[in-house]
Structures are given as structure tokens and as C-alpha cells.
Design a protein around this ligand. Structure first.
Ligand code: ADP
Ligand code: ADP
Ligand code: ZN
Length: 214
């Protein structure tokens, strides 16, 4: 299965990606995670990406598209993939289509997770990430058993630097301007699956898997 997760910041893409990739045994490709890994490791790409991410702006397409194209050429993507957070612009969507075409592939599904804007800030501001394994939690909606500690690995839970109210609001505006047009783009191609992302996490997972199994 070749699929994309679409949705505003805080919609639950990363959370749902985990369940989907386990269910279908495909790699999870999150451009945000790749950029954060580069920042942590202090690479040249990380340094450039950080300037944009800290302001809630998109990293330029020149840096993002090549990264994803190269990732899709890796062996584990032969069985399919789940892209999370890419594409985010029409230009990225066109580039993805061209890249897949040149590999003789195409997309099966675009999973569009819908959550009203009013709920997104609270979701993102309450998000906590394990500094060691990357597991995502929420202070109110998806708490770890012990505050501040990862259930998986005992790692410390941190807040992303771009998960402040102000930056999240910027990111939501950027989403509406640059990414939302993709809903139309993929609806016209007939591959969009709309999911109500306001239900509890486990129910959203069930709804997505049911749609993908249809
Ligand atoms: P995205 O990858 O779309 O930015 P995440 O999956 O990181 O979103 O989720 C954002 C925050 O909201 C996280 O703290 C997560 O635990 C929480 N969350 C995700 N899905 C739900 C849901 N259905 N209901 C309540 N909280 C959720
Ligand atoms: P969220 O799901 O909460 O929006 P992500 O982890 O997907 O967060 O992305 C974090 C940041 O990384 C974005 O705000 C943006 O700066 C950068 N980024 C991630 N994916 C892309 C992309 N496809 N194009 C441009 N910038 C991106
Ligand atoms: Zn952990």
C-alpha cells in the first residue's frame, strides 16, 4: 500500500501513522521526524531546516523534495510506504507524482484527517515527545502512566520547540494557505479518504483501517 496522511498540525497524523504502519507492515516516512533527526545530529540540512521550523514556516521545496525522493528509492519502500507530512504544497504533490511515475508506481490512498481549528492548538500545545524513542503523548488526551516519563523506554518527555501557541497558530495558517489545496487535488484524483479526527484515538484508528481494508 502506498498512502499519504494529510491533515493540519495536531490532527493526529503521527499518532495514527504508528497504527497504520504496524497493520500494513510498511515504513513510516515523516518529513518532520527526518528534519528533527537532522537538527539533533547537527547536520547542514538540520541547520537550514531549523530556521524555518522554529518560525512555523515550511522548509523550502528544494530541500524537502529531494529528501523524500531519495527515501522512496530505498529498499524497504518496495512493499509500499506511508508518507506523513509530505506533500504539503501543490509543487511537492506534483514532484511526488512524477517521482512515483518514473518508478512505475502510484498512490493508493490519501487519508485526510479532519479536525476543527479550535481543537488543534490544544492538541499541539499539550503534545509531549519521548526524547529517546520519539513516542508521542498528550498531557490530557494520551497521558503516560507516570508524568514526564515514556511508557516504552523510560525516556524523558519533552515539548517540541514549535509547539507553542503562537507557532502552532502560524503553522495552522500555513496549512490553510499552502496545504489545504491538496484536498481538492487528491479528491479530483478520486483517492481521498476523509476521516473524522475528533473521535478518540483508538476509534480514529479503527475508522482508518476499515476504510483502507475496503
Ligand atoms: P500531527 O502528527 O498531525 O501533528 P500528532 O499525532 O502528533 O499530530 O497528535 C497531536 C497531539 O494530539 C498529540 O499529543 C496526540 O497524543 C494528541 N492526539 C492525537 N490524536 C488524538 C485524538 N484523536 N484525540 C485526542 N488527542 C489526540
Ligand atoms: P505537524 O504535523 O505538527 O505539522 P511535522 O512534524 O509534520 O508537524 O512538521 C514540523 C515542521 O517541519 C513543519 O512546521 C515544517 O517547518 C517542517 N516540514 C515538515 N514536513 C514538511 C514538508 N513536506 N515541507 C516543508 N516543510 C516541512
Ligand atoms: Zn521512549
Amino acid at each position: 500500500m502506498r498512502a499519504i496522511l494529510l491533515g493540519p498540525p495536531g490532527a493526529g497524523k503521527g499518532t495514527q501513522a504508528e497504527t497504520i504502519v504496524n497493520e500494513f507492515s510498511i515504513p513510516h516516512i515523516s518529513t518532520g521526524d527526518i528534519f528533527r533527526k537532522n537538527i539533533k545530529e547537527g547536520t547542514a540540512l538540520g541547520k537550514k531546516a531549523m530556521e524555518y521550523m522554529d518560525q512555523g514556516k515550511l522548509v523550502p521545496d528544494e530541500l524537502t523534495v529531494e529528501l523524500v525522493k531519495n527515501r522512496l528509492l530505498e529498499d524497504d519502500c518496495k512493499k509500499g510506504f506511508l508518507l506523513d507530512g509530505f506533500p504539503r504544497t501543490l509543487n511537492q504533490a506534483d514532484a511526488l507524482e512524477d517521482a512515483l511515475k518514473s518508478m512505475g508506481q502510484s498512490l493508493d490512498y490519501v487519508i485526510n484527517i479532519r479536525v476543527r481549528k479550535e481543537l488543534l492548538v490544544e492538541r499541539a500545545v499539550g503534545r509531549r515527545i519521548c526524547k529517546d524513542c520519539g513516542q508521542t503523548y498528550h498531557m490530557s488526551f494520551n497521558k503516560p502512566s507516570k508524568e514526564g516519563v515514556c511508557d516504552n523506554c523510560g525516556g524523558e518527555l519533552l515539548q517540541r520547540k514549535d509547539d507553542t501557541k503562537e507557532t502552532v497558530e502560524n503553522r495552522i495558517n500555513v496549512y490553510q494557505e499552502q496545504t489545504e489545496p491538496l484536498i481538492d487535488y487528491y479528491t479530483k484524483k478520486g483517492i481521498i479518504v476523509n476521516i473524522d479526527g475528533e473521535k478518540p484515538i483508538a476509534q480514529v484508528s479503527k475508522d482508518i483501517i476499515a476504510e483502507l481494508r475496503k
